[in-house]
Design a protein around this ligand. Sequence first.
Ligand code: PMP
Length: 411
Amino acid sequence: PGRIQAIPMAPPDKILGLTEQFNVDKNPKKTNLTVGIYKDNWGQVTTFPSVARAQTILDQSFEMNTDLSYLPIKGCPDFRENVLKFLYRDSCPEGVELLDQDRISFVQTLSGTGALAVASKFLSLFISRTVWFPDPSWPNHANVFQNNGFKNINYYTYYKEGKLDVDGWIQDLEKEARETTDEYPPCIVLHACCHNPTGLDPTLEQWRRILDKIQELKMIPIIDMAYQGLDTGDLIKDTYLLRLSLDKNRYQWPNGLFLCQSFAKNMGLYGERVGSLSVVTPSGGDVKHNVDSQLKKIVRGMYSSPPGYGSRVANIVLSTPHLKDLWFEDVKNVAQRLQSVKAKMAERLDWESLKDPSRQHGMFLYTGLNTSSVDILRERFSIYLVQDGRLSLSGLNDSNIDYVCDALRKV
Ligand code: PMP
């Protein structure tokens, strides 16, 4: 037999595997609260009004709409320019100087996951072999970094007994990251806001303590920003971690700062795969150009060039003032509905997690239900949560919230 006969079965994806199961469930009351896709109060995944209008503009533009040729390796130049302005000028005024100094290397990526993939490939080729994630984290983080050359996957304390444990986090870094025998500097992945799955984010003061320690230990920050705007409803406010990290009077990142950014959730462009990786280099000039060239080489070898349609739509939203305003409104509406679902749950359930607003940033509620309760919910009530007890809030609406909350009370 060949080696192919010895390949073991890979475990199903912890999140998307459940939707496969949900799809074949025959129970008319079945409810999918797994994946982080925003649904409205009618259970529909709808296009954001700003995005729909951008699509109409695109449809009517013969020139743009009939161009099915390749985008450049690093993506659409207009998209790059407008995303850079949105991230490093509108969201983060600290970035303007970096733009002026041409210190930001940028590639359009296949959404946030693609940004993480290109970043981890680049880092493992040239700078690092070790990465730290929060415990718990989005399960795909470790998968992406392992697939792209990271040898050492570590987890820092994040969550303890329903609370954020910043002291535990800092102690873990102090104890273990400091003592690393690795000759390469370690990376650390930070969720920019709306931590997935716990919904718990550090305060600004706590972030400063954490960033101080990261800097002291010469770790490389990788900011994963998949939910910008979905916390407070304000895209700009939610970018605080990037702003803090780029405070040049406090921080210097000698091996660069990496931002993996996604428009999946905040433009509803999930399947179009629209996002970016930017690398803030410590100096412009050759360093930045060399990084540019290597990112380009990685992309060329990985998928050659990114898809066109979604980035054209996003670019129209970002570059058309009235659509950009409308987009800010759309994001606010999404965040408001998420808040209102939490409030409605709190009326129905006497849960600690629902009383404590610090645990409720973003799309998910980390229920604290254990695996067997999650199994009972699925098997007896056809209510699907991720196995770790994460519940995707926008799957709840006026027609299923009583059914779901009754079942939650029972288990
Ligand atoms: N990071 C985190 C923490 C996420 O939750 C997600 C989406 N589930 C992503 C990155 C990337 O998502 P996408 O590739 O769809 O942008």
